[in-house]
Design a protein around this ligand. Structure first.
Ligand SMILES: C[S@@+](CC[C@H](N)C(=O)[O-])C[C@H]1O[C@@H](n2cnc3c(N)ncnc32)[C@H](O)[C@@H]1O
Length: 251
C-alpha cells in the first residue's frame, strides 16, 4: 500500500520521489501571515502539515480516497497540525469547497504533488484550480515527467571475462504521446498520464497564469520523499527526470 511503502519527511516540502525538496529547490513564494493554501490529491497531507507548522498557514487538504484522508487525520493529530481535511477529487473539489463554505478566489497557494497525472482532463482541472486562487497567488504542480512514462532498456557492458563494467540505458518512448502507466494500487485500477512539458506550459498560460519556474530535478540520496520501489529505478533516475515541477502565478 502506498502509505506503507513511501517515506515522506515532515521537515521539508516534497515535490516528488527521490528528488530534493523545498530546502534545496526554493520554489515556494513568500507567504504572508495568515496565508491560505489548498492541496489536492494530498495523500496523508504531509505538505499541508509542513506549511501549517512552518508558516502557520491556514491549509485545506483533499484527496479522493477516504483511506488517505484517514491517514492525514491521524498524522495531523500526531503532529499537532491544523489542516482542514476533506474527501474530494480533482473532479468535484469546487463543489466540496462550496459546501464547506469556501467559495470564490481565496487561496494564496494551490498545490498538488504527484496526483494530477491521475485526472483525465488536466486543462480543465488547472482552470478549476486557478478559479480559487487569489490574484497574485501561486499554483504549484508536480507530476510524472513525460520521459519517465516510457520504457527503459538497460544494456550491460561486459569486459572480456564477462564481468559487468557498466550498465548503460536508453529511454525509449514517444515523447509527444507518452504511454499511460496503468497499474493496480490499493485495490484501484489507476492510470497515470504524462504529457510533454510544452503541453503543461500551454495549459497553465491558457488558464491565465504566468509560468515562473519549470524544474526537472535529478535524483539525490537523501530525498524527503522516497520508497524502495522508486530507489530501485536509481540508474534511470541518474539520467532522466522522474518529476516535472511547474510553478505559476496568477496576475
Ligand atoms: C502518488 S500519491 C501522492 C500523494 C501526495 N500528494 C504525496 O505527495 O504524498 C497520489 C494521490 O492522488 C490521489 N488521487 C488519485 N486520483 C485522484 C483524483 N481524481 N482526485 C484527487 N486525488 C486523487 C490518490 O488517492 C493518492 O493519494
Amino acid at each position: 500500500m502506498y502509505a506503507d511503502i513511501t517515506r515522506i519527511s515532515l521537515e521539508d516540502f516534497h515535490y516528488g520521489p527521490q528528488i530534493p525538496g523545498e530546502s534545496e529547490l526554493k520554489l515556494l513564494p513568500e507567504f504572508s501571515n495568515g496565508a491560505t493554501s489548498l492541496e489536492l490529491g494530498a495523500g496523508a497531507a504531509q505538505n499541508s502539515i509542513f506549511l501549517n507548522k512552518k508558516y502557520g498557514m491556514r491549509c485545506i487538504a483533499m484527496d479522493i480516497s477516504e483511506e488517505r484522508i484517514k491517514n492525514a487525520q491521524e498524522l495531523c493529530s500526531a503532529e499537532g497540525a491544523e489542516v482542514e481535511l476533506q474527501v474530494a477529487g480533482f473532479e468535484n473539489f469546487l463543489e466540496v469547497l462550496k459546501q464547506a463554505g469556501h467559495g470564490g478566489e481565496q487561496f494564496d497557494f494551490v498545490h498538488s504533488s504527484h496526483a494530477i497525472e491521475f485526472v483525465q482532463d488536466p486543462a480543465t482541472t488547472i482552470k478549476d484550480m486557478v478559479s480559487v486562487l487569489k490574484p497574485g497567488g501561486t499554483l504549484m504542480l508536480s507530476t510524472v515527467h513525460p520521459l519517465f512514462n516510457g520504457m527503459w532498456f538497460a544494456n550491460v557492458i561486459e569486459d572480456e571475462e564477462g564481468n559487468e563494467i557498466e550498465e548503460v540505458g536508453q529511454f525509449i518512448t514517444n515523447y509527444f504521446e507518452p504511454p499511460d502507466d496503468i497499474r493496480d494500487e490499493d485495490g484501484f485500477h489507476v492510470v497515470s498520464r504524462a504529457y510533454p512539458v510544452s503541453a503543461w506550459f500551454d495549459w497553465l498560460t491558457a488558464a491565465g497564469l504566468i509560468v515562473t519556474a519549470i524544474k526537472e530535478p535529478a535524483a539525490i540520496d537523501d530525498a524527503p520523499y522516497s520508497s524502495d520501489d522508486w530507489a530501485s529505478h536509481e540508474g534511470q533516475l541518474d539520467v532522466i527526470p522522474s518529476t516535472l515541477i511547474l510553478v505559476a502565478k496568477k496576475a
